[in-house]
Structures are given as C-alpha cells and as structure tokens.
Design a protein around this ligand. Structure first.
Ligand SMILES: C[S@@+](CC[C@H](N)C(=O)[O-])C[C@H]1O[C@@H](n2cnc3c(N)ncnc32)[C@H](O)[C@@H]1O
Length: 512
C-alpha cells in the first residue's frame, strides 16, 4: 500500500489495496469537474455544439462528422476530441481545457496521458443524462479508442446492457439500495435520486476507484465496498438490489473482470438468484441482467425454476434472446477487442459448450421480490422489439401478480374489471362458403413484455364486456345464458385467461 498518501488517495480506502488506482484525490477530481462543466462538457451542451447530424453519427460509432465539428480549437472541442473521439491534442490545447486543475494534476490522476508532445485521454469521461439530470461518468477507455485487448481489470463504460438495466429498474422511493458490481457506477448514479442511501460493491479495486470519481464528480455519496457477491454486505438487507453482474458464461476463467466472474458456467447468476432474497427486506426487489445455459432437449425454464424454488422470492424472468454458442463466443471476443488471433481461446470456449451439451445461451433479466408467502414464478420469452422490460412495467407487473395472488377464484369473480384502453385485437380469417371464418384472435397490449393473449370467441366477448361496471361473475352468467352454456363450465374455462389478462395488464381491476 505505497500510495496511501493523503494528498492523492483521499477518495480511496486502504482496504481496496492497489498501488496505482486512478482518480485518488478528491480535490483534483473536483477541479477536473469544474473545468469540464465550465467549458460546457455536459449532456446538453455537447450535442448542441456538435449539431444533430454529427451527434447522431457519433452515437452510431462514426466519428468523422464530430471531428469536423470540433476544429475550432476551443476548450470544448478539445475535451470532445480527447474524451469522446479518442484523439490526441496539443499540450497547449490541453492546458486551455484544464485551466483550474492543470494538466500535470490531471495526468497524475490518470485522466490524461502524455505521449511526446501530444496529450491523450487516459480514462473515458463522458456526459450522460436522464430526464432530470446531467451526469459525468468515469470509466476505462473502450477497445475501439485504445486498440487491442483491454486490461484484465478494465472498468466498463456505459454499454447497451447498462442502459437496458437503467431502463428496467423500478424507480420507486427505496431506503437502502445496493448496486452489486458497480463498475463505473452507472446504476448507483441513477439510483441515488430515489434512494435513501446507496451501497455499491465490486471485486475490482480499479472499478471502485473510478466509481468513487463518478460519485464525486456528480456530488453523490455512495458507500463503496470491495468484495465478491454479497460478502461485503453480509448480514445486511436492502430495499432494492440492482446488478449488471459479469454474467458471461465460460469454463470459469477470469480473463476480464468486467465480464467473467471466474465461476464456471452460469454459477454466478445462480448464486445471485439463490442469495438475493436473504439480503432483501420483505417486499424489497432485486433486478439484474443474466445469462443462463440452455441444455440440449431441455426447456430453459427448468434450470431457472430449480434455482428459484428456495429463493424466498416472487420472480419474473424474461428471456429476451437465445444466442447460439458460436455467435456468443464471437460476440464476447469482439467486445473485449480480441477478435483476431484468438482461435485457441474460441476453440476452447466452444469445446466447453459442446462438452456440456449446451445448445444455446439465454439472455435476459430477472426481477425478484422478497415474499413470506408461496413464491409466484413467471418465466416469459419476449420476441418482439419494443417489448423490453421497463421499470414501470416491472413495478406494474409485480403489483398485478400480488393482486392476483391475494385473490381466490371467488374473490376474482366478485371483482369488477376493465379492459385496458391500450389494447389491440388482431384477427385472422379464412374464406369459406359463407364468407369468412375467424381462425385466430389475439389481444395485445403494445409495449408490455409478453402481453399477447390468444382468445376464443367467448373470451373475446367476455373481455369486451369488461367495462368496469358489473362484477365478472355477472358477465359470465349473462354470456352463459345468451349462448346456452353451463355457467360453471364457462367459469372454469375462462378464469385462467382472465388471470392471464390481468397479469399482462390487458384487464385491470376497478373494484374488489
Ligand atoms: C458488466 S460490469 C457492470 C458495470 C456497471 N454496473 C454497469 O451496469 O455497466 C460487472 C461488474 O461486476 C464486477 N464484478 C466481477 N465479479 C464480481 C463479483 N464476484 N462480485 C461483485 N462484482 C463483481 C466487475 O468488476 C464489473 O465492474
């Protein structure tokens, strides 16, 4: 612990160890923040400065239009070139961009690097926004800015998975929030607005150092702890747990700490599923991204249900995609910037999948809610774009399932239901001698994951009668009388569909 000099390590804790952690001085990080903000390096000004076309091109990974838009030598152009375009700048330009912190101090913190007469970014610092806030996020430079494989303890920046989880997170006031595997701190950053306190953990000291800088730059205070899985929070409970863990499935090597847990197969996700409940207060939720193995000739749900059986939680598992093993290996080699010359790694990886009879890798999200009752498990597959889980959908889904779990069939029949105004009925018909015969009826709530139900003629009639005016039992009675059906038989036939329609937000209770 040679760097525990109070001048440079007041953002780091001695127990994180490491002699070369970046961004250690709170004072210099504050000055860096002051410089960045004073030049307009924020989520509103940068897009305006670049112009819509160049900004959108940058979002697609095309840097040329943004390079053309930043040729004026202004400090903001310099910062954009350094941190968003990965370009070197002159020492004079860098000095103008960091007048308060000073280039030497920024270099000492690792956020700039000298190479001859040129100055380059040493870390990735980028503006990021949600509806209400503009943030600055510190991470390591991506492999497309710094060519070649990333370092073993590479700290991932804001990626598509991070944003998926940000969108999927339930944003309801929560007293204690845990971000497990915080990396650059993106989940903790978003949690801060609705949390009483944020605890963020990681096994990688470099990640904690950059997360500390992210928190500091945004005026937030997180309790940062080093350690694996739930070890750093042993014996503690939270109202909400969020995690984008290193879920990438392999034989158990840890080549890159941001994606490989070092645990073979999908063991890390299994441990999170099995342990999260004991770190949640009653009613508390855990949401995390996950990958799971799908074995030949096996329904993917079996594996997840096995883990969930004793987890003490209601669960909503959503499988968004299934990757073929070859596609999966290629994806992750590319992600770490090591797609070429890695035939041996790819071969061993594929051999692991083949030896374990893996036909695919399921990718998706898991939402848990601590319950004292009998766990309610729902495992869905989503197929269409626009069906991704959002925080609002997740919260509404859990509320609907709780409402249903608390009601017997008799209570459900006594309740008054209403058809959502957002649904669409789709019908397919075939021609016959008398005109057209409807052969398929689907009712769909756009945007709701898995919110499509197949109906028969009677189900369609029943749903259209749900106008929030009479109890369900009366509607069934009228439908049975009008069509000469046995009322009990019709009740038995429609109740499962009614429960499904409520689960999917197609019907909602008005009373009862
Ligand atoms: C995919 S990154 C996610 C970073 C960030 N939370 C996000 O949403 O983008 C996974 C993070 O988990 C950390 N990690 C790896 N193994 C871990 C473990 N056993 N326990 C806790 N965190 C771990 C990695 O160092 C990395 O920072």
């Amino acid at each position: 612990m040679t760097n525990q000099n109070s001048e440079t390590t007041d953002l780091h804790r001695p127990e994180w160890g490491g002699t070369e952690l970046p961004m250690g001085s709170a004072r210099v990080v504050d000055l860096i923040g002051e410089d960045l903000r004073s030049h307009g390096f924020d989520a509103e000004t940068v897009p305006e400065f670049l112009g819509e076309s160049a900004h959108q091109a940058l979002g697609r990974g095309d840097r040329i239009p943004a390079l053309r838009a930043t040729g004026d030598g202004s400090p903001l152009s310099t910062l954009i070139r350094l941190y968003l375009l990965g370009q070197p700048v002159s020492a004079t330009a860098a000095a103008a961009a960091f007048p308060t912190a000073g280039v030497d101090a920024v270099v000492a913190m690792g956020a700039l690097e000298r190479g001859g007469d040129e100055i380059r970014a040493g870390l990735d610092i980028r503006p990021h926004a949600d509806e209400d806030h503009s943030y600055l996020v510190v991470s390591d430079l991506d492999s497309d800015v710094r060519p070649g494989p990333v370092r073993h303890d590479h700290v991932l920046g804001i990626g598509a998975a991070s944003i998926n989880l940000v969108r999927a997170t339930i944003r309801e006031a929560a007293d204690r929030v845990l971000d497990l595997g915080t990396g650059c701190g993106i989940q903790a950053l978003h949690a801060y607005a609705h949390a009483g306190s944020v605890t963020a953990t990681d096994t990688n000291p470099r990640a904690l150092a950059l997360a500390a800088a992210t928190a500091r730059l945004n005026g937030q205070h997180w309790d940062l702890r080093l350690g694996s899985l739930f070890d750093p929070v042993a014996g503690e409970t939270f109202d909400q747990i969020i995690s984008n863990p290193p879920f990438v499935i392999s034989a158990g090597e840890q080549r890159f700490s941001y994606r490989d847990s070092g645990i073979a197969g999908d063991g890390l996700v299994e441990q999170i599923v099995r342990q999260a409940g004991s770190h949640l207060v009653e009613g508390g939720t855990a949401q995390f991204l996950a990958n799971w193995l799908i074995h030949e000739d096996t329904d993917w749900r079996q594996r997840l249900v096995g883990w969930l059986a004793d987890a003490g939680c209601d669960a909503w598992v959503v499988q968004r995609e299934v990757a073929d093993p070859a596609e999966y290996v290629a994806l992750w080699l590319r992600d770490a910037g090591e797609q070429s010359g890695n035939d041996a790694v790819a071969g061993d990886w594929l051999e692991y999948f083949s030896r374990n009879k893996v036909s695919g890798i399921g990718m998706g999200s898991i939402t848990l809610r601590r319950t004292a009752g009998r766990p309610d498990l729902v495992l869905d597959e989503i197929k269409g774009a626009g069906e991704e889980v959002t925080g609002e959908e997740a919260a509404a889904f859990l509320a609907r399932r709780a409402w249903l779990s608390a009601r017997s069939d008799e209570q459900l029949l006594a309740s008054t239901l209403s058809l959502s105004s957002a649904v669409i009925l789709e019908q397919r018909s075939l021609p016959d001698r008398e005109g057209w015969t409807t052969v398929l009826r689907m009712i769909r709530r756009p945007g709701g994951p898995g919110a499509t139900l197949q109906l028969d003629e009677w189900g369609q009639a029943l749903l259209s009668g749900c106008r929030g005016q009479v109890p369900l039992s009366l509607l069934i009675e009228l439908l049975a009388a009008a069509n000469g059906f046995d009322e009990q038989a019709l009740t038995d036939a429609v109740l499962p569909s009614v429960r499904q329609a409520i689960t999917r937000g197609i019907l909602h209770p008005v009373q009862g």
